[in-house]
Design a protein around this ligand. Sequence first.
Ligand code: ATP
Ligand code: MG
Length: 174
Amino acid sequence: MQIKRLKLSGFKSFVEPAELRIEPGLTGVVGPNGCGKSNLLEAIRWVMGENSPKSMRSGGMEDVIFAGTESRPPRDFAEVILHAEDDHGEELDVTRRIERGAGSAYRVNGSDVRAKDVSLTFADAATGAHSPALVSQGKIAQVIAAKPAERRQMLEEAAGIAGLHVRRRDAESK
Ligand code: ATP
Ligand code: MG
């Protein structure tokens, strides 16, 4: 799967709608401290279904919504749209939106879907919020220090079989 475009609005420091093109190959993000590099990577994780506030560096999920500054009022929603192409050339548009007091809603190619459908879509394509393809600050050191079970999880995600565990847990609980 290849991420082609990312659109952000009201997400963390990206208060005004912003659109980024992502070219094939390795993409690095550079810029001065505090300019939003980590926020950008978090936006990719978030639209892929990340739900741990810790990996979003926030207390609660609503903290991803632009909180306002001295000169700008806070926003009441955050939205990230990821446009990708899968390995068969099919286009994929995934939207996640969170409104204050209303939680998150997901859409895939214009239809409302569950969070789980989004996670599975990415897991089957060997990517997702925890994909080793998204290298954030401190990640290299973390991989080196990982326990074998954690390293196995990374390998399974890279191999595209992480979705199978979710489906097995589902099947076993029925
Ligand atoms: P560094 O080089 O230090 O790692 P960075 O480019 O990764 O910096 P980020 O951590 O992505 O920077 O961005 C930090 C900025 O985002 C801070 O100025 C912080 O105030 C702002 N920010 C984070 N969450 C929000 C929010 N909900 N509303 C407004 N601003 C936010
Ligand atoms: Mg950073």
